[in-house]
Write a new protein. Structure first.
Length: 68
């Protein structure tokens, strides 16, 4: 079934529902207030969805992750 994306191991994607999405978004919403106008390193950022949320208030964001 080629219409399915290959599994990358990413824990959070926009399609996530329920508890994982709720926890992920709220953790970054909390952190977003702490990083206002600061430079941020988002280690183990995965696909970068959280980094994008931090970038809404941070001066700059650098997201890094290990790829296989």
């Amino acid at each position: 079934m080629s219409e399915f994306l290959e599994f990358t191991g990413e824990r959070f994607t926009p399609e996530c529902v329920r508890e994982i999405r709720y926890e992920h978004v709220h953790r970054y919403a909390f952190a977003r207030e702490l990083v206002s106008n600061r430079r941020v390193l988002d280690a183990a950022c995965g696909e970068g969805y959280g980094s994008a949320l931090l970038a809404q208030t941070a001066r700059s964001v650098c997201g890094v992750d290990v790829s296989s």
